[in-house]
Design a binder for this molecule. Structure first.
Ligand code: ADP
Length: 787
């Protein structure tokens, strides 16, 4: 660098002269004609000295010198005043005052000027060299320091238990710390820019590379989890992190990265997430077999290479219900292997042994001898070897009372060995699985029981179960219905307290004041006795009815028969001569009583036809008044003298929908009864009136009447108020039953009311014909139903 000289003079010719004198010195000369310009130049450049005129317009030499000395940047520059007039001491002193180092007086002696300037230039040169030397020295010191710090930093990095590396901006490794070599077992000589990729698990490498590529240009923090191969071949999870180190200007200088072993945390995390997934799987369904198949697959993917599940079936056999590996081809291979070499169920090791003993098994590292021992022949050994089995554990599925099965885990990854912690995880899984299996089985049992209970509940026979202590444990719906005793009241109580005279067979039993006939059968089981019973009360009632019938009907038949028999016998007598009127009377008895007999037989026939549904009704429009009149006229032929018959029919009665013959039979029965049960005589009044959808027939008498409590029962078959005929009025008890059935068949109604002054009124309501016609199709249905 050449030294520069600043020349300041207001007159260009003076400047030219100075330049000419100084030229031989080979300096850079900067000439300006004013103080202001000089100051400007001083801001820009560094000058070895300033040559300055004293008398200048504007800022004069002294003022300029003062300004220069005030500025830090220019304070050190020597100033030489060039002057022609100010030779007086006063001026000279002022010049020194403001910082001048010398005076040159005009006329200028070129030699003197050159030599003086040279001195300052030399001085400047020296200073510059010194400064440069100082700067160089500083630089050197700095770099030494830097080197020292880098060494220190590397020593620190080497001492760290973490893996530390640096890379350039292209991601190429420039340094590995000691731990890298210790962990990977890599020789230092193998170090290279991309050698690290050989130590990252192939499943993780694409993810790591993608991440690296994304962060390299942006300088974003790189953070990713991956497996790193250790010297012994095992894989351990690491957290990789890298941050860029930036230059002062901001650009990335290089990267510093670390890899921290997070294997234990990761494994615990994985195990936890595995457990959660397994738990979800188990709780999702009651189909534990499917759940266990899914869990085996989950385990094969996440915590082992192989996983199988064995289950003890109901008959005690052990069945493998799941075999899982990530790769289906491996499963096929393993299955084929096992088909060819079936495992020995009595082997002292393996799932059957674990199930037998109920104790887990753990072989952290499967020794080759063990495989050789297990192999049946050389080929078998070769095939097993191909599986690369390295570590094994098997845990029992411990149920409450027995071992339900076992889960087996096998690792085929070199370096992955199951340890006590893994066994703990497996045992926890087995505990949950066992619980799920047990729950599912329990549920199924309950479900089966519930189904059985539903069947029991819905059958028509009463079923009750009494345990060995005589306490009622089951009481089905039919039992409730038949006995009228609620399940909640009898469960847990003793049978003998509830039903004291309970026994098998057909027995009458009194329950809540009702007599029930029950046919009870019993089955004794280990847990107690099951009773099934059927209500025979109805059948019993029918049975007694049948007996009544025999009594009544035989009595009813016997009376006319006896009369006929007597009359006939008398007529046949030869010892006495019968007079004509008597003969006529006897013949009349025979004919009358025969008529009664045939009436009884007709009633029996009709009742049985009604019972079996064989009686057809020919429903048509009938005139109610006409039918009533016909029946009244028929009754008049045999009405006793003390009974008065009357008919009162409302005007314009509508037609009724009925079978005319059957309706006549109903009215005939009711009129006959009214006469029959009025032994004292009286009035029998028949009234017809319209009633909304019906025509009402009322047959009113003033006879014996029907007590209120018997009013519904008299319509039952064979029911008579006076079965023993104390009143001397006979009957079969079929008449009203027949009436009720015939009326029902045309959708009519019948009932009896007591008259206030004595006697009774039988009321029959028969639907109007309009109803019948307007529902023509329905009447067809009805006829069909009746048929
Ligand atoms: P029966 O052939 O005995 O008359 P019914 O079925 O016609 O049979 O009548 C059943 C019973 O109803 C009769 O035995 C009688 O006790 C009673 N009963 C029927 N009609 C009357 C009536 N009008 N007044 C009083 N009791 C009657």
């Amino acid at each position: 660098m050449r030294a520069s000289l600043l020349l300041v003079d207001d007159r260009p010719e003076n400047l030219l002269a100075l330049e000419a004198i100084l030229e031989p010195l080979g300096l850079t000369l900067v000439s300006v004609t004013s103080g202001t310009e000089a100051l400007k130049e001083l801001l820009l450049g560094d000058f070895a000295a300033i040559l300055m005129d004293v008398q200048m317009p504007g800022i004069d030499g002294f003022e300029l010198a003062e300004l220069i000395k005030q500025r830090e940047r220019s304070a050190h520059i020597p100033i030489i005043f060039v002057t022609a007039i100010s030779k007086e001491e006063q001026h000279v002193f002022r010049g020194y005052d403001v910082g001048a180092v010398d005076y040159i007086f005009k006329p200028i002696d070129p030699e003197i000027l050159r030599s003086k300037v040279s001195v300052f230039v030399d001085l400047w040169e020296k200073n510059r060299q010194l400064a440069e030397q100082a700067a160089e020295l500083h630089r050197r010191e700095l770099s030494e320091l830097q080197q020292e710090s880098e060494e220190r930093y590397r020593a620190l990095a080497d001492a760290m238990p973490q893996i530390v590396w640096t890379s350039n901006t292209d991601g190429e490794t420039t340094y590995f710390n000691e731990q890298w070599f210790v962990y990977t077992g890599m020789a230092r000589s193998q170090s290279g820019p991309t050698v690290w990729t050989q130590y990252v698990h192939s499943d993780d490498l694409p993810r790591v590379l993608a991440h690296r590529e994304a962060t390299l240009p942006t300088g974003a923090t790189f953070e990713v989890e991956y497996r790193l191969r250790a010297a012994d071949g095992s894989w351990r999870w690491h957290l990789g992190r890298a941050v860029p180190i930036r230059r002062e200007q901001g650009g990335i200088a290089f990267w510093v990265g670390t890899a921290t072993d997070i294997h234990d945390r990761k494994v615990i995390e994985d195990q936890r997430s595995f457990m959660i997934s397994a738990g979800d799987e188990l709780s999702r369904t009651l189909d534990y077999r499917t759940s266990l198949v899914n869990i085996a697959q989950l385990a094969a993917n996440e915590i082992a290479d192989w996983c199988s599940v064995h289950i003890v079936e109901n008959d005690g056999t052990i069945r493998e219900i799941a075999l899982a590996h990530r790769d289906p081809a491996m499963i096929t291979f393993a299955r084929e292997l096992r088909d060819r070499y079936p495992p020995d169920p009595d082997s002292p090791t393996g799932a059957p042994a674990v199930i037998r003993r109920g104790e887990p098994e753990l072989v952290p590292e499967i020794p080759p001898e063990l495989l050789r021992e297990a192999a049946i022949d050389d080929l078998h050994y070769e095939l097993i070897e191909q599986l690369g089995l390295s570590s094994y554990m098997c845990v029992p599925l411990q149920g409450r009372d027995s071992v339900l099965g076992a889960i087996t885990f096998v690792s085929a990854s070199p370096g992955v060995q199951f340890d006590a912690d893994d066994l703990k995880v497996a045992s926890e899984l087995a505990r949950r699985a066992a619980m799920a299996v047990e729950n599912a089985r329990l549920y199924r049992q309950t479900e089966e029981r519930a189904q059985a209970a539903r069947v029991l509940a819905s059958i028509g026979d009463g079923v009750l179960l009494v345990d060995r202590g005589g306490v009622i444990r089951l009481w089905n719906a039919a039992a409730e219905r038949i006995t009228g005793l609620a399940e909640t009241d009898v469960l847990g109580t003793r049978l003998e307290d509830v039903l004291p005279n309970w026994s098998a067979g057909t027995t009458p039993m009194e329950i809540h004041g009702h007599e029930l006939w029950l046919a009870v059968s019993e089955v004794r089981t280990e847990d107690g006795t099951v009773y099934a019973f059927r209500d025979l009360t109805q059948e019993r009632a029918l049975e007694s009815l049948r007996q009544d019938l025999v009594a009544t009907v035989s009595h009813e038949l016997r009376t006319p028969l006896a009369a006929i028999y007597g009359a006939a016998l008398t007529l046949r007598r030869e010892d006495i001569e019968l007079e004509e009127p008597l003969r006529g009377k006897l013949l009349e008895v025979i004919s009358e009583e025969s008529g009664r007999l045939s009436e009884i037989v007709n009633d029996l026939l009709l009742a049985s036809q009604l019972d079996t549904g064989k009686l057809q009704a020919n429903v048509e429009a009938c005139d109610p008044v006409e039918i009533a009149r016909l029946e009244l006229d028929a009754a008049r032929t045999h009405v006793p003298a003390n009974v008065e018959l009357s008919l009162d029919a409302a005007e314009g009665l509508p037609a009724v929908a009925a079978d005319a013959g059957q309706l006549r039979q109903v009215l005939s029965n009711l009129i006959d009864n009214a006469i029959k049960y009025s032994p004292q005589g009286g009035r029998v009044a028949i009234a017809l009136e319209p009633r909304d959808r019906y025509v009402r027939f009322s047959i009113r008498d003033s006879g014996l009447g029907v007590p209120r409590e018997e009013q519904s029962r008299i319509f039952e078959k064979f029911y008579r108020l006076d079965p023993d005929m104390k009143q001397g009025i006979g009957g079969t008890g079929l008449g009203l039953y027949i009436c009720r059935e015939l009326v029902r068949r045309v959708e009519g109604r019948i009932w009896v009311e007591s008259n206030p002054g004595g006697g009774s009124t039988f009321v029959v309501e028969i639907p109007r014909d309009a109803n019948h016609v307007s529902n023509g199709s329905r009447s067809g249905d009805r006829a069909a139903a009746r048929a």
